[in-house]
Design a protein around this ligand. Structure first.
Ligand code: SAM
Length: 234
């Protein structure tokens, strides 16, 4: 009997705009090439768990001078993102088909102008929570990568994960909250439009979208800002 093969594995492995995490991690020469490639951009932003790429593509269209890098575990989603970008003639998108928790292998301290974590898997059961992306250890790695003034955007339909993540981010002492809502659709009113595939799905199911944007500070405590924009610019 013939074994089923994911057709996207081969496509990902051979695409010059996708780097793959293999069984032994990243290939050293691919890492060096990627590091040289991103040097041509004055600003670099990263989305962790970028799914099928709708949000990354919107950002790349809006800011052609910046580079947008997505981390995505699924081959098909990583490939489709790049494919959609090519159809729009976007050259400022790069995908990492791999685990977002390896981000420090690819970026230097203070390199990133923005980090997006939108609709990450909530790992609902208590015993699975250690798998969540937002927790103290990983957040401190992400904090190192963000420039001072860089933005961290967190969005989810999962109320409990939202409260827990906001607590983790705020107690780190390295961020000031710029915006916060537990009902994005209501907050944005007529100007609201879903930013991603999963956001559109959750809104269509009647779920509330929680969203918060934080600005990286030097670490000294600052009073939360009042009139910051609700969507982060890189
Ligand atoms: C619920 S989906 C949200 C996708 C997208 N952000 C959106 O809003 O449409 C979560 C995505 O994160 C990816 N993912 C989960 N854990 C990951 C990890 N550790 N590294 C990279 N991607 C991950 C999943 O494969 C999935 O595509």
């Amino acid at each position: 009997m013939e074994r089923w093969q994911n057709q996207y594995i081969a496509k990902v492995k051979t695409h010059p705009r996708i780097m793959e995490e293999g069984d032994e991690g990243f290939d050293l020469s691919a890492v060096l090439e990627f590091k040289a490639f991103k040097k041509q951009y004055p600003q670099v932003a990263v989305e962790l768990g970028s799914g099928s790429g709708m949000h990354l593509l919107q950002l790349a269209t809006k800011s052609p001078e910046a580079l947008f890098v997505g981390f995505e575990l699924r081959y098909k989603r990583a490939f489709r993102t790049i494919e959609k970008g090519e159809k729009k003639d976007l050259t400022n998108i790069f995908m990492i088909r791999g685990d977002a928790r390896r981000i420090t292998e690819l970026f230097s301290p203070r390199e990133l102008s923005a980090l997006y974590i939108h609709f990450p898997d909530p790992w609902e059961k208590h015993r699975w929570r250690k798998n969540r992306l937002i927790q103290d250890g990983f957040l401190s790695e992400l904090t190192e990568l963000l420039q001072e003034g860089g933005r961290l955007s967190f969005r989810t339909d999962h109320q409990e994960y939202f409260s827990a993540a906001v607590k983790v981010i705020e107690r780190s002492g390295h961020f000031v909250r710029e915006s916060y809502t537990e009902n994005l659709v209501e907050t944005e009113g007529e100007s609201y439009h879903p930013s991603s595939e999963f956001e559109a799905l959750f809104v269509s199911q009647g779920l509330r979208i929680c969203s918060s944007i934080f600005r990286r500070t030097t670490g000294a405590t600052e009073a939360p800002g009042a009139n910051f924009p609700t969507s982060p610019e890189v």
